[in-house]
Write a protein that binds this ligand. Sequence first.
Ligand SMILES: NC(=O)c1ccc[n+]([C@@H]2O[C@H](COP(=O)([O-])OP(=O)(O)OC[C@H]3O[C@@H](n4cnc5c(N)ncnc54)[C@H](OP(=O)(O)O)[C@@H]3O)[C@@H](O)[C@H]2O)c1
Length: 290
Amino acid sequence: MKILITGGQGQLGHDVSSLLGRNHHVMACGSKELDISDREQVKSVFFAFQPELVVNCAAYTAVDNCEKEKSLAWAVNALGPEHLAVQAEELGARIIHISTDYVFNGNKPHTQSYTENDFVAPLSEYGKSKLAGEDAVAAHCSNHLILRTAWLYGLRGSNFLKTMLRLSLADPQRQLKVVDDQYGSLTWTATLARQIEALLPSEMVGIAHATATESSTWYQGACYFLDAMGVPANLSPCSTEEYPTPAHRPANSILKNHRLEEAGLSVFTSWKDDIDRFVALHRDDLLNQA
Ligand SMILES: NC(=O)c1ccc[n+]([C@@H]2O[C@H](COP(=O)([O-])OP(=O)(O)OC[C@H]3O[C@@H](n4cnc5c(N)ncnc54)[C@H](OP(=O)(O)O)[C@@H]3O)[C@@H](O)[C@H]2O)c1
């Protein structure tokens, strides 16, 4: 199959490209080769490559920066997906678009999770622009699948776990305050890439949640990861109030993979299993990168 992957240099885009590239004709574009907010560029790449499937991993993901760089956030997260969806529809292609848990406001108690049918009410510009991207994809391409994922980490790029590792290695005595009242599911990009591959034969349309199962706070996730790495650290749990950020984040963004599970298509297991596998596979690389 001819597959166009946007955001190909990002942490998810990289893992999706390497996995799908084994059995498919993949064109993976970074933002330099394909700026999805540029309609004409999107048109010409589609015309030249004629993809049968587009996997949109491109996004403006700096959640706090989205608050002050609203127009850029909306251009990449809302208009970009619209351009891709319009071109996919014109070619009769399918689009798999990646979205986020931050479309929810997090008001549910953290003993509960969000399903695909739950009411969306994003708290941040990032969440609002990503929700607009979901709507645009659904409106403009009939053959679409929107995968909402969360709290991604992988070997490439920067992410929360790698930041915790870098800071702890730099000074194991330094006390690091980590938020302990926001709940979600740390999800490994390699597993999400496998999920996308498993979905290639499927004709599922609409929205599906796609995260590791079970949940933690940021603090619990960081402790588990650093422990698995065998790296001494001085983490201290704190509240969201004690660690204010420009963007508001949901207190609970635990997603239930209801549709994938119902269809018997979910490849996900618990977030702890994935961290164990991530560390077993990449411990040396992670230490070298940090
Ligand atoms: N990271 C998370 O915790 C998280 C959580 C939930 C959902 N998601 C979603 O998962 C997807 C993948 O996220 P990720 O963590 O892999 O993000 P990432 O590492 O930040 O990668 C995003 C990629 O998008 C590219 N990009 C930015 N602007 C672009 C543009 N105008 N045109 C084309 N490409 C552009 C960036 O390329 P350049 O660097 O070259 O600009 C970057 O490589 C995104 O849809 C994100 O919203 C992420």
